[in-house]
Design a protein around this ligand. Structure first.
Ligand code: CDV
Length: 317
């Protein structure tokens, strides 16, 4: 018997700085209801899904970012999402900015939670790989200051027994790092959910010139990293974007559901609010793990050689 989870990837179009959380939640509820019409058990929303992607802008005092953060979940503004999802019996993944208090210090994390079909939070993840800069970029090309606002996640890459399988979470830049998937795969992950906010166009400073990077590479690398993560770890990957022109930045879409074979089985066509749906058989992870990727048999870390810092630099001949 297949272990089917019918997953909805709920891509969101842009959320502008002036948009309220209540407006974002209304849009998410509309997508939830669409997902219910398709018989989905689980819906995946993007990274920082309640507000505009505020880390694209530099604020003099990083604490100004606290207005974009949630200190608890659900909040009064997100409670309608939790209530509607529970009424429909749909679980969800939600990315948001968290303001936590730890050892008397206030820390911001880029966070995702997993909520079950009864509206209970069953998992939490805090983004490990924070891109961008902490200090102003004199060239002006940087569109990401996550290092300024967030503390790297301190929860590792945990996995959670839910939806009849083993579920994991990641956020945006995490998808480009093979460790993200492997650490979860070694714990038996069967589905990795990942929200992202990624510019469709990237600029780089070359000497005193600002040049545009080849734009086709942005989407290529988006899918390449998630498809490779899925294939090399034999896991489902659900990648969900915030897309379209947000606060002056073009965000890529390309939300997709990727099978453990590495194949994309559902792909968004627009840059707006859009639901993609696929039946994900969690048993499909077995084939890869019993053939090419038998971690316990074929993964021979004792033969990988010492890491460079242990070996020392090889002197020139
Ligand atoms: N939100 C992100 O993590 N964005 C990064 C960009 C800045 C490279 C990404 O990896 O898509």
């Amino acid at each position: 018997m297949a272990r089917l989870v019918r997953v909805g990837g709920a891509q969101l179009g842009p959320i502008q700085p002036e948009d309220t959380r209540a407006q974002a939640v209304d849009r998410m509820i509309a997508l939830l209801r669409q997902a219910a019409g398709h018989g989905c058990n689980l819906v995946v929303f993007p990274e920082l899904a309640l507000t505009t992607f505020f880390p694209r802008r530099i604020m003099q005092d990083p604490d100004e970012a606290n207005v974009y953060c949630e200190t608890t979940m659900p909040t009064p503004e997100t409670k309608p999402l939790f209530d509607e999802a529970a009424r429909l019996g749909i679980g969800f993944y939600l990315g948001y900015a968290e303001l936590a208090e730890e050892a008397g210090r206030k820390l911001r994390y880029n966070t995702a939670i997993l909520v079950n079909g009864e509206g209970q939070i069953v998992g939490k993840y805090r983004k490990v790989h924070l891109p961008g800069r902490a200090e102003p970029d004199p060239t002006g090309v940087t569109k990401n200051y996550e290092q300024r606002y967030f503390t790297p996640g301190n929860l590792g890459f945990p996995v959670f027994k839910a939806f009849g399988g083993v579920m994991g979470m990641a956020l945006c830049n995490d998808r480009r790092w093979p460790e993200t998937y492997r650490v979860m795969a070694l714990q038996g992950v069967e589905m990795v959910m990942l929200g992202y906010n990624t510019g469709a166009v990237r600029w780089a400073a070359e000497g005193n010139r600002i040049v545009q990077m080849p734009s086709h590479l942005e989407m290529f690398h988006n899918h390449l990293s998630m498809q490779a993560g899925a294939y090399q770890n034999s896991t489902w990957v659900i990648g969900v974007a915030k897309a379209g022109c947000e606060d002056g930045e073009e965000l890529m879409g390309g939300s997709c559901i990727i099978a453990p074979s590495g194949e994309i089985v559902a792909l968004a066509r627009t840059l707006g609010d859009e639901l993609i749906v696929a039946d994900c058989d969690l048993d499909a992870v077995k084939w890869g793990r019993e053939t090419y990727f038998r971690f316990d048999v074929n993964r021979r870390i004792e033969h990988y050689g010492l890491i460079a810092s242990q070996r020392g630099v090889i002197p020139p001949e």
